[in-house]
Design a protein around this ligand. Structure first.
Ligand SMILES: [Zn+2]
Length: 173
């Protein structure tokens, strides 16, 4: 059984969730948004494989360069763990990604999906139609999936599906 260890560091004035995900002693940093020193400190003693980004809004990448330089690592565009999938979930931005660990049913959703709400679609490259498709796609995933969003607390996908089903019905043209 693979143990996925998740550490959350809340950074910056928008309280963005930076996550350090560790499997078998190897770690990635998801969305180093701000406060590079705190992120680097939290990585002490870990083998850092690279950074993964859900999207490039400033509150998710504010500490990116400092973290890349400190660890001499890169932004990874491919999954670096066996059971990790990169899912395209556009809507909040055109290039929004989510990261799913299929054995553990863990989803890092960035600003696509939050506890009791979904991401804004009114920012540049945001699109309500894309968002609807992404929500429909994610609703096929296991209902016990733990969702770790880019802001706020962890939630369970099955608890969110009724919320965004209502939302989709209200907003359908
Ligand atoms: Zn964003």
């Amino acid at each position: 059984m693979v143990i996925v260890q998740i550490e959350r560091i809340v950074v910056g004035f928008l309280k963005e969730n930076c996550y350090i995900v560790t499997i078998n002693g190897k770690s990635i940093i998801i969305d180093p948004g701000d406060e590079a020193e705190r992120i680097i400190e939290a990585c002490r003693g870990k083998q850092i494989l690279g950074v993964m980004l859900t999207h490039r809004h400033f509150d998710h990448v504010g500490a990116l360069d400092a973290v890349l330089n400190h660890f001499n690592i890169n932004v990874l565009n491919e999954p670096c763990f066996n059971d990790m999938q990169i899912i395209e979930t556009p809507g909040h931005t055109k290039d929004s990604l989510s990261f799913y660990f299929e054995n553990e049913h863990i989803l890092f959703s960035g600003d696509f999906l939050f506890e009791k709400t979904i991401g804004r679609v009114d920012l540049p490259t945001g699109d309500i139609n894309d968002m609807e498709k992404s929500l429909e796609l994610i609703s096929e995933y296991p209902t016990d999936t733990k969702v770790y969003p880019g802001h706020g607390e962890m939630t369970i996908l099955g608890d969110e599906i009724p919320c965004f089903t209502d939302y989709l019905q209200e907003n359908r043209l």
